[in-house]
Design a protein around this ligand. Sequence first.
Ligand code: FMN
Ligand code: MN
Length: 474
Amino acid sequence: MPYQDLREFIAQIDTLKALRRIEGADPQREIGAITEVAAGMAECPALLFDRIKGYPLGFRIASNAVTSPQRAALALGIDPLLRPLDALKAWMAKRQTLVPRKPVAIANPPFMENSRRGSDLDLARFPAPVWHKQDGGAYIGSGSLVIMRDPEGGWINASIYRVQVHGPNRVTIQFDHGGRHGAIIARKYWESGKPCPVAVVNGEDPALFIAGFEYLPAGISEYDFAGAIKDAPIEIHPGPVTGLPIPAYAEIILEGHLLPVSEISLLEGPFGEFTGYFAADKRPCPVMEVAAIHHRNDPILLGSPPMKPPRFHFGLPLRAAGIWSNLEAAGITDIVGVWQHVSQLMTVVALRQRYDGHAKRAALIAAANTYMGRLVVVVDDDVDPSNLADVMWAVTTRCEPSEQTDIVRNAWSSALDPRIPPEAKERGVTSHSKLIIEAVKPFAWIDKFPKLSALSHEDARAIEEKWGEALKGS
Ligand SMILES: Cc1cc2nc3c(=O)[nH]c(=O)nc-3n(C[C@H](O)[C@H](O)[C@H](O)COP(=O)(O)O)c2cc1C
Ligand SMILES: [Mn+2]
C-alpha cells in the first residue's frame, strides 16, 4: 500500500472513490470556497482541480487530501478500514516505535523536468489561490514544506509554514512564533551576516506533509520521520542552487534565500486561521528571494487551507495521539482512547477508572498538553471519545458542575486565539484558561450509579454485523 509520491497517493484516493475532479474553477474566488464546502460534507471528498481559470491544462491543485479518517490512515500506512479511534490507537502505537530513516539521493529527479532561473522566473505561472475571500493575497504555500539546513548541526528541518506570493520572484514565509525551527535557523544565518538558503516544496507526498506538522525536537529531521512512516527512505536530490535536499518526486520547488529582516520585510497576510477567524492584520514578514523554480510536467500544487472547525488538515486528530502517548508515559493506566474535536480545540480522554483521582490526574496531563484548547473532558470507558454526541451525553448525565469542573489558568494558547483581548495580545499575552470537565461516574459511589439502559458498544457492533445490510436497505 505504500505510495511513492503525491500522484500515487491521489490515484489511491481515486481507487477508494473519494476523489472529485473539478474543472474550470477560479483560483482567486472559488477554489478555497469549494474546498471549504467539500470539507464540510459528510465524506469530505478530496479534490483535484484542473483547467483552472487562467492557467494551462495540467497545472493542477489538490486539496482535502487527508481530511477524512480513512485517507489520514492511508497516508500513515495504517489500515484505512479501521474505525477512527482504532486507527488513531494504531498510529499512537506505531509512532512510539518508528525507526528514523535517513533520505537517500537519486539521480534524474522528476522535479527537474522543468527548471528556470534568473530573469526567466515568474511565479504567476502557477495557480496560487486566494483561499479565503479576505486574505491579503495569493498563497502558493498553504501545505508546503520549507526546507533549511541548521548551520551549526547540519541537520535538515522540513516543516510547514505558509508562503504568500509577492511578485515574480518574491514570496514571504511566515513563522507563527520565534520558536519555530525555521525561525531559529534563519536567525543563525542572519546573525552571521548571511542570507538563509531555503527551498519551498509544493506538492510533497502526504508522509512529508504529516512529518512537517509533527512536533519533533530540534536536531531531528522531518525527512527521517517521514521515511519512518513509510518504512522506506525519502528519495531526494540536491537543489542546484542551494544544495538542500529536495524530495525527488515533489511537484513544484522554489529555491533561493530568506533575506535578513534587518534588510527587508514585506507586509504579509491577513490569512484565515484554523480557528475560523483572522488572527491579525497585515504584518512584516521575512522575504524569500527566489533564484530558481523547478517543476514536474503537469504539476500538482498541494493546498491545505485552514478552515472553520470541525474541518481540519488531517482526518485523524494527530495531536491526540501525542497526548495519549504522554499519558501512558506518565504512568496513567487504563486509557482507552484520546480524541480531539473542534479542530484540536477540545480534548477528550476516555479511561477505565481504577481509583479516586484517576480521572483528574489524566485531565491535568491532557490539559497541560492541549494547545489552544479551552475544553478538556474525561469520560468513562463506555463512552466513545471520538463521538461528540456520546461525549455530550456523558457531560450532561455524569458531571455535577459544582463538583466536577476545574479551571486551569495561564495555560498554553497562542497569538492565534480569537478570545484573548486585543490589549492583552499587545502586551504579549498568549495564554488562556482551560475548563476541565470530569464527565465520569463519581468514583466513591461508582457501583451505585444508575445502570446503563443503552446498548453497549460491543452489543451494538454485533447487531451491526448481523443486521447492518438489512438496516441499510441494500
Ligand atoms: C497546513 C498547515 C499549515 C501551517 N502553517 C503554519 C504557518 O504558517 N506558520 C507556522 O509557524 N506554523 C504553521 N503550521 C504549524 C507547523 O507546521 C508545526 O507546528 C510544525 O511542527 C513546526 O515545525 P518546527 O518545529 O520544525 O518549526 C502549519 C501546519 C499545517 C499542518
Ligand atoms: Mn523541526
